[in-house]
Design a protein around this ligand. Structure first.
Ligand SMILES: C[S@@+](CC[C@H](N)C(=O)[O-])C[C@H]1O[C@@H](n2cnc3c(N)ncnc32)[C@H](O)[C@@H]1O
Length: 247
């Protein structure tokens, strides 16, 4: 069995690569996870990608429910159990749906290398398979493109981190890319020291973006984010912070 883990970009079907389309059409089975009502739009993007690009009549689409992570306080323990539960779900699914010669495609949001545990989860599976990864455009690339900005300063470094970690300790890097932030962690920084380039729903019809000195646009980002989240029922946003004297 071969499993192809295919990066599909961060939400715009036009940002799916030729290699991804070719790999999709080479698959016998495409697995589409359903992650609960909040993420219904994300499953819909995967379906839309299949509608647009899948023209191999022999390829079957199999949708399945992903186990949910339990919300206990021991975060790392909960994640480890959750990953094991997903690996067991994949094992059962492939046992039922795939044969030893099948090629199975898993569509991963953005790129599988960035804040995505698919590759870690596959390593927990019991099944034997060859693994192939097809890279996709990440939300950070889409963000940098949206704001027409280079991610790094000249010869500078970029810290890629989460909202949770930004809240825990002030960063030392000139440029900080923040993902998975449920609560505007940039508010914990001294606003006068930073510029911010923020966007939500990158590549989708609902895309919104705000950029400027953090002291001037921080509140607007928070209000915009709250309103968008209330309107859509979910939000995915990301931002880059640049220390002001770093240029
Ligand atoms: C689980 S991570 C997956 C990242 C993905 N593997 C990638 O390459 O971009 C999800 C986070 O990525 C960011 N993200 C993904 N897609 C996005 C989009 N279309 N617009 C804004 N942020 C996005 C958000 O910070 C979100 O919380």
């Amino acid at each position: 069995m071969q499993i192809a883990v295919i990066g599909i970009g961060p939400g715009n079907p036009e940002q799916v690569t030729f290699e991804a389309v070719r790999s999709l059409n080479a698959a016998d089975i495409v697995l589409i996870p359903r992650k609960g009502a909040e993420k219904a739009d994300l499953a819909e993007l995967r379906r839309e990608i299949c509608r647009r690009y899948l023209d191999n009549p022999a390829t079957r689409i199999v949708e399945f429910d992903l186990p949910q992570r339990d919300a206990r306080p021991d975060y790392r323990g909960a994640v480890a159990d959750w990953h094991r539960a997903i690996a067991a779900t994949y094992d059962a699914l492939l046992d039922r749906e795939a044969g030893p010669d099948s090629t199975v495609a898993l569509l991963v949001w953005g790129d599988p290398s960035l804040y995505d545990s698919t590759l870690r989860i596959l390593a927990l599976m019991k099944a034997d398979f060859a693994l192939r990864v097809v890279p996709g455009i990440t939300s950070l690339q889409a963000l940098a493109a949206r704001h027409a900005m280079p991610l790094n300063t000249v010869a500078g470094e970029v810290l890629i981190t989460t909202g949770r970690r930004l809240r825990e300790a002030p960063p030392e890097a000139d440029t900080v890319a923040v993902m998975l932030d449920g609560d505007c962690a940039f508010r914990t920084l001294p606003a006068a020291d930073w510029d911010i380039a923020w966007a939500a729903y990158l590549g989708m019809a609902a895309e919104i973006a705000v950029a400027g000195p953090l002291a001037e646009v921080g509140d607007r980002i928070r209000e915009t984010r709250d309103a968008a989240r209330a309107e859509h029922g979910w939000i995915m946003d990301t931002y880059v912070l640049r220390r002001r004297e770093a240029g």
